[in-house]
Write a protein that binds this ligand. Structure first.
Ligand code: G4P
Length: 526
């Protein structure tokens, strides 16, 4: 197969949801359809249950699982599907955001009874920022939930995106009979089954009087009315509005029972984008360019204290990546080659000789050569952008608890931050180090890993902060004045940029009104 065909057949995406909406179950069913696994239950959820916050063995175990499922690749109907897994636990949200920078599209799973939930909203914000095409899958239709039209309205309102149903449920809860595939104009009926892929009966016209034989008079009538309403209310589906991130096609189903998944997958393969151009500081990189380029969006450390080793996950953006060929590590300005890059086919990790745009390769990195956001290229000095850090929600001073191990602590903190475990800010006034996280769990992860991987001890001390804002201004005088006045609250991030640490919403508001020429950003990409 030619290079261009290889690119065109790739679909690299993430399934995201609020915890418990059914992300893991849907992913598993997609793998079943792809023949990548043969029985349900083979994909373990990588979510860290809330009860496990202080159970380290559990977290390690779960992290172990999540490396195995970081990328799940399989072939389906001639397409090469790359599903990028994202952590379910909200304390690892930053990981999810970074993974979203490596995908070309997203499937959002929503629980039909719970509707749009907090994390779904946040995830959608990131998609909107990047104009990532989104398909919505409304799950758990075998349970009583909200009315399908109301759900569509809720998605439009809460996620601020126009929707277009492409499948429609026939009843709900115990009476759920399947879905009408609007996109293909087929009626697909399913037998509930958790273990095997159900056979579907095909039926290609809702107005055919035989419809009653399949779903009964009442449901047939309802379906006809619903479809008529849909065609009246929503504009005809235009794939370009989906690709531009303006309209989200909506599918209904039940992941657990295999209802509606095949419709979703088939339509997804047809309409979802193949690898798209990526922006670097210097220029736009097209996938079909000859020169290889890619960026590190995730670093996964194994937590074995005896041999610290990492895998850097690289998204191939252009050209062909080849084993044992020299590539440039742009930040370090040096050439390096990789003798055992891995790819993730189904659930197996194996060494690969080549990878194409859209693929993810895992590069073993025992010397911590890579940082999140690093660029690899055939030689050109380009820098991929768009891996944002968001203002953390929780902050603590990190202090050395063992004076003999200061060096180890510094090295450990530095490497963990490069891995993107949390964010480090250094107070410009007193030099104290402040770690910012999204949740309590990350502080525990850091302390544990410092101890076990770096033989260093840390202690947390409280600091009351509301937000970290990256500041910039064209008005140099005002910026200097602000930094002088707020000197106790000025910090530097890992890239040496100025960050204002606001200790309350009120203080931040005051600062914004007193210094109108300063821009306060809540994410590092601006
Ligand atoms: P997540 O990754 O988004 O967090 O969700 P996950 O797939 O783990 O699903 C959360 C729970 O919802 C699971 O139940 C799962 O079986 C259930 N579920 C998923 N899809 C459907 C569906 O279509 N219908 C119904 N009725 N339930 C669904 P659990 O009891 O938390 O876990 P388990 O013990 O079943 O594994």
């Amino acid at each position: 197969m030619g290079f261009i065909e290889e690119i065109k057949r790739r679909r690299t995406f993430a399934v995201v949801s609020h915890p418990d909406a059914g992300k893991t179950t849907l992913t598993e069913k997609l793998l079943l359809f792809g023949g990548a696994i043969h029985i349900a239950g083979a994909v373990k959820s990588n979510k860290i249950k809330k009860t496990a916050t202080s159970d380290w063995m559990e977290i390690e175990k779960q992290r172990g699982i999540s490396v195995a499922t970081s990328v799940m690749a399989f072939d389906y109907n001639g397409y090469k599907i790359n599903i990028l897994d994202t952590p379910g636990h909200q304390d690892f949200q930053e990981d999810t955001f970074r993974t979203l920078t490596a995908v070309d599209s997203v499937i959002i799973v929503i629980d039909c009874a719970k509707g749009v939930e907090a994390q779904t909203r946040k995830l959608m914000e990131v998609c909107r920022m990047r104009k990532t095409p989104v398909i919505v899958f409304i799950n758990k239709m075998d349970r009583n939930g909200n009315n399908a039209f109301d759900l569509c309205d809720e998605v439009e309102k809460e996620l601020q995106i126009k929707v277009r149903p492409l499948s429609w449920p026939i009843n709900q809860g115990e009476k759920f009979k399947g879905v009408y595939n609007i996109y293909k104009k087929q009626l697909n009926l399913f037998t509930p089954s958790k273990q095997t892929i159900s056979e579907c009966v095909e039926f290609d016209d809702v107005n055919n009087p035989e419809l009653e034989n399949y779903i009964g008079e009442e449901d047939a009538e309802q379906l006809r009315t619903d479809i008529e309403l849909i065609e009246g209310v929503y504009p005809e589906f235009d794939v370009n509005t989906y690709l531009s991130g303006d309209v989200a096609p909506v599918f209904f189903g039940s992941a657990l029972n295999n209802f509606g998944i095949k419709e979703l997958l088939d339509c997804f393969c047809e309409i979802a984008p193949c690898p798209q151009p990526t922006q670097t500081v210097e220029r736009e990189i097209k996938p079909e360019e000859n020169g290889f380029s890619g960026f590190v969006f995730k670093i996964h450390a194994n937590m074995d204290p005896n041999h610290r080793s990492c895998i850097a996950f690289v998204k191939v953006c252009s050209g062909k990546f080849e084993r044992n060929v020299n590539y440039k590590h742009v930040r370090q300005g040096k050439m390096m080659k990789f003798s055992s890059p891995t790819a993730f086919m189904a659930q197996k990790k194996e060494t690969v000789d080549e990878a194409y745009p859209g693929d993810i390769v895992g590069l073993p990195d025992s010397n911590s050569t890579f940082k999140i956001g690093d660029t690899l290229s055939s030689g050109e000095d380009i820098h991929f952008k768009g891996i944002p850090s968001f203002s953390p929600e929780m902050f603590k001073y990190i202090e050395n608890a063992d004076p003999m191990k200061a060096k180890q602590l510094t090295k450990g903190i530095e490497q963990l931050m490069d891995e993107g475990v949390a964010q480090l800010f250094t107070n410009q006034f007193n030099g104290r180090r402040i770690v910012g996280t999204v949740g309590q769990l990350q502080f525990e992860v850091i302390q544990y890993r410092l101890e076990h991987e770096y033989n260093a001890q840390c202690r947390w001390e409280p600091i009351s902060l509301y937000k970290a804002c990256w500041i910039e201004s064209d008005d140099k005088a005002q910026l200097a004045d602000f930094k002088k006045r707020k000197f106790q609250y000025m910090a530097t991030d890992k890239d040496g940029r100025d960050v204002f640490l606001a200790d309350s919403g009120y203080i931040l508001q005051m600062a914004q009104s007193d210094f109108p020429h300063i821009k306060f950003h809540f994410s590092s990409e601006f």
